[in-house]
Design a protein around this ligand. Structure first.
Ligand SMILES: Cc1cc2nc3c(=O)[nH]c(=O)nc-3n(C[C@H](O)[C@H](O)[C@H](O)COP(=O)(O)O)c2cc1C
Length: 297
């Protein structure tokens, strides 16, 4: 990543029908090659636990960028205030393409912002041991990406806040979605924050942890860790590849055309993109992928 100065921008997006409202901390725009991080937050509470925590993460990422003289732009989307209708399950996005979704709202604008990001943070409060409905609806609306993964150049992490401590269920919901869309998930982090925790208390309890996680995230985006997918990502690719290779009678479908055009149906193709891996991982992915394909396809 080329860096010739510092760009530290925080945009908060999603105030009533997608009004874009840049806030403070805009320092300097220097070049097009800066790192971009997109935080997607599903809590409706504007100054709630999840938002407070994400602000601390963003501040930490900005400090790291400053120290390293890196250009960084962070944008935050509040899913609850962006116009995003409930998925009606019509399957148009699967069968004909997401552009034809009959729900005319901000979905594709968010997807565009995701496309442009290097790093993605998904954050949700835990509601009854899972993500809240707003996050789940967004994940459902993005389901076409499970068929046509497009985020294989993104490093992501997922964060949840909960009242008293919860299982990893909510985190796994977000991680599974991101992984299925092709992203590299760098970590899952849950924070127990009670009904409403003051910023100072969050700092007292979690500052060191936030610093550690933010640093790892930043470093891994820079290192393009995404080029070294984990074994289970290679296996997941193999299973999907097998699925589409078998679907030769569906050659006119949007999914098949997408996979074919990307060159992912060639037996020699091992992942969505060029990766750094070793032959053992490739062999294992092929072996397990073929076995899982027998059960799942
Ligand atoms: C409808 C609802 C359901 C909740 N369910 C759980 C739960 O299952 N487990 C838990 O530990 N906390 C639960 N909580 C507490 C929230 O997860 C917690 O307070 C969270 O930090 C709130 O985040 P926010 O302030 O960003 O909205 C629930 C809260 C609400 C409003």
């Amino acid at each position: 990543m080329i860096c010739i100065g510092i760009l530290l921008t925080v945009n908060i997006w999603g105030i009533k029908h997608s009004a874009k409202c840049p806030i403070d901390r805009i320092v300097r725009i220097v070049n097009e090659e800066h790192m971009k991080i997109l935080s997607i937050v599903s809590s409706m509470r504007k100054n709630g636990n999840t938002q407070r925590l994400i602000s601390l993460f963003e501040e930490e990422l900005i400090s790291i960028a400053k120290l390293q003289h890196e250009a960084l732009e962070i944008e935050r989307i509040f899913l609850g205030t962006v116009e995003l209708k409930m998925c009606i399950g019509c399957r148009v996005c699967f069968d004909k393409g997401e552009e034809l979704c009959p729900l005319k709202d901000e979905l594709l604008t968010i997807r565009k912002k995701l496309n442009e990001a290097d790093g993605v943070i998904l954050a949700s409060p835990v509601y009854v041991e899972d993500v809240n409905g707003i996050m789940k609806n967004w994940i459902d609306r993005m389901a076409f990406n499970c068929h046509r993964p497009a985020f294989f150049d993104k490093t992501a992490m997922v964060i949840s806040t909960s009242g008293i401590g919860s299982t990893n269920h909510a985190l796994k919901t977000m991680r599974t979605a991101l992984m299925t869309w092709g992203a590299y998930v760098d970590g899952m982090h849950k924070f127990s924050t009670g009904a409403l925790m003051e910023k100072e208390e969050i700092l007292n309890r979690y500052h060191n942890r936030i610093k550690r996680i933010a640093k790892k995230f930043f470093v891994n985006i820079k290192k393009e860790k995404v080029s070294k997918p984990k074994l289970y990502s290679l296996i997941a690719f193999k299973v999907q590849q097998k699925y589409f290779q078998k679907r030769t009678n569906e050659r006119n479908t949007v999914d098949y055309i997408y996979w074919n055009e990307k060159g992912w149906l060639k037996p020699s193709c091992i992942y969505y993109k060029e990766i750094k891996t070793n032959w053992l991982q490739v062999k294992l992915a092929r072996l397990f992928g073929n076995i899982f394909a027998v059960f799942f396809i």
